[in-house]
Unconditional design. Structure first.
Length: 297
């Protein structure tokens, strides 16, 4: 391989996955300068540039994309073989990378993962929380967690949390000052805490009752990117929040938050764990999927 060692190619794959020398160096346990030297050595021996670098960004060249696409599956097969060897000895070990939306991480994934690693202490799990929709395969993840309607059809999906209902909540003090809405239309003019998706689109407040569907474009002084921050803002008295009821169960039970328009709030598809279909599922991924099936949310 023109003097290129497997460890060198693993270093290149780490940079290709992270598109950052500093993050890849952290993953590999080396210094960024040493990693940069390794990549330069690979490029010199191959006689082709694999990465375009600036002071602010790292991007794969066309040659780099081709190389990563060809050698990535081979290294995954090696990891799978080692996982299978561990599994044959009654031991689940290895790394698992999970891509998950922010609210799903708090409501479902963290409780599941903490129980999983307590049961399998030789497993290392990395959770990357981001509401942006990504390709889990190209981004180097083993598994993703998203709501059912946001999963590509070629993925294998495993139910994680049953369907969840939305809720409109605020503190008693907010309702004492502004009154309680009787219909969704009454939300117009009330101080609502709005949420914006990573795509830039606003999160619309959707309602349904007796076959009548409404999409309300609310106003308010605060726009946030994360539903858990909307919950905190509601608790702080900033206004009304439109969130999943599972995220505010304890707050509603304690009276810190009061719910309105319950008969208008609809259910949404539940959370699913999903992964690409592969010829042979890695032992650590199989163990996690089996654990998730046995411990539904």
């Amino acid at each position: 391989m023109r003097g290129i060692k497997p460890a060198d190619l693993m270093s290149f794959l780490a940079v290709a996955r992270q598109l950052s020398f500093s993050r890849a160096a952290t993953d590999l346990g080396v210094s960024p300068s040493a990693l940069s030297h390794t990549i330069r050595g690979i490029e010199e021996r191959l006689g082709v540039r694999l990465l375009n670098r600036t002071t602010r960004s790292v991007a794969l060249t066309e040659a780099g994309e081709r190389l990563a696409g060809r050698i990535g599956p081979a290294f995954r097969d090696i990891d799978d073989a080692l996982d299978d060897l561990n599994a044959s000895q009654g031991r689940v070990a290895g790394k698992l990378r999970i891509s998950v939306g922010l609210i799903a991480a708090r409501l479902a994934v963290m409780p599941l993962v903490t129980r999983f690693i307590a049961t399998h202490p030789d497993v290392e799990v990395e959770i990357v929380s981001d509401d942006a929709l990504i390709d889990v395969v190209s981004e180097g993840f083993d598994v993703g967690v998203r709501f059912g309607e946001r999963i590509e059809g070629d993925m294998i999906a495993v139910p994680l949390v049953p369907r969840m209902r939305s809720a409109v909540v605020a503190t008693p003090e907010v309702f004492a000052k502004h009154g309680k809405p009787i219909t969704p239309q009454d939300l117009r003019g009330m101080p609502c805490i709005r949420q914006r998706f990573p795509s830039g689109a606003m999160y619309h407040w959707d309602f349904e009752r007796g076959g009548i569907e409404l999409e309300i474009h609310v106003d308010g002084p605060l726009i946030l990117r994360e539903m858990s921050l909307c919950v905190q803002a509601a608790l702080d008295g900033a206004g009304l929040a439109f969130v999943f009821e599972k995220a505010v169960e304890e707050d509603m039970a304690s009276g810190r938050l009061v719910r309105v328009l319950e008969d208008w709030c609809q259910y949404h598809p539940g959370l699913f764990l999903y992964h690409p279909g592969r010829r042979q599922m890695p032992a650590v991924l199989k163990a996690f999927v089996d654990f998730a099936r046995a411990h539904p949310g």
